[in-house]
Design a protein around this ligand. Structure first.
Ligand code: BJW
Length: 229
């Protein structure tokens, strides 16, 4: 078998769980506390923008108090040292990968710390609240900034780049994701189809666990540093 050169790593909420950020589908997770249809769809935003703004303003504030953990740091180390191609595709909307030092990173579901202006289409750095309908720093117009988050029914970001990287990958690793949300849940099959080895690192078997060549189960802060070393 040829040596591994190109790696794609998919991460999900489980990677940030031990930093104190709620996952979505675990017991006590975000979708037990909020109805998806009320806060994470374009229709919800149209119906009740204040509810959606409050939900994201609260989470944006909360993540700024959280710190990267040993899993983020191990992936950042790998990113810095891996001589071949490496792409970390994260479904997470926090900034803990980049605060740990990761650089080759794609936020496919958007970011809490940017806002999207639907008027001028700019994605602008944003750390404050959106509920007061601030003006867009790029075009100066009020009322068009929304959370820069990919909601259900919207197209995730940078899909061409992601599939290009998966199609070149020798190794695909999925970390801390339930495999419940597409298109990310389908990446393992795409990677297999183009000949990559596939590895799952997750607290428990994900919905797509059977698609992986190998699966290791336990906390990300243990499994990821072990795998990287
Ligand atoms: C640990 C741990 C520890 C815990 N250590 N592990 C059928 C087929 C294909 C598609 C669809 C379909 N039916 C519907 C769709 C579309 C839909 C979809 O997939 N729905 C499913 C629910 C079925 N997908 C979409 O709408 C996507 N867009 C799309 O498909 O566009 C195509 C298109 C658009 C328009 C026209 C035509 C085509 C968009 C999906 C957007 C997802 N957005 C969210 C919310 C963001 C908002 C927010 O943050 O508030 O993104 S949903 C939520 O789930 C969030 C996450 O990124 C995403 C994935 O969750 P994740 O990361 O896996 O978290 P959990 O909680 O599910 O799992 C955590 C895991 O970690 C668990 O397994 C734990 O065990 C583990 N864990 N602690 C290690 N310490």
């Amino acid at each position: 078998m040829s040596p591994i050169q190109n790696i794609v790593i998919l991460t999900g909420a489980g990677v940030s769980a031990e930093s104190g950020i709620d996952t979505f589908r675990d017991a006590g997770g975000l979708w037990e506390q909020h109805r998806v249809e009320d806060v994470a769809t374009p229709e919800a935003f149209e119906r009740d923008p204040d509810l959606v703004f409050r939900f994201y303003d609260m989470r944006r504030e909360a993540i700024q108090t959280k710190q990267p953990n040993a899993a983020h740091r191990a992936l950042a180390r790998l990113d810095a040292e891996w001589p071949g191609e490496l792409t970390i595709v994260t479904q997470n909307v926090d900034d803990l990968h980049e605060r740990a030092g990761a650089r080759r990173l794609i936020h496919m579901h958007g970011e809490h710390l940017t806002a999207w202006c639907t008027g001028c289409d700019a994605h602008v750095p944003w750390t404050g609240a959106l509920i007061d309908r601030p003006a867009c720093p790029a075009c100066g117009v009020r009322g068009h900034l929304r959370p820069d988050i990919v909601w259900f029914g919207e197209m995730p970001y940078r899909m061409d780049e992601i599939y290009h990287a998966i199609n070149r990958a020798d190794l695909f690793v999925s970390i801390g994701t339930s495999g419940a949300v597409y298109p990310a849940a389908g990446f393992v099959r795409e990677a297999r189809a183009t000949g990559a080895l596939t590895l799952e690192l997750n607290m428990e078997p994900s919905q797509g666990s059977h698609w992986f060549d190998e699966a290791r189960h336990g906390p990300a802060t243990e499994l990821v540093p072990q795998w990287v070393e």
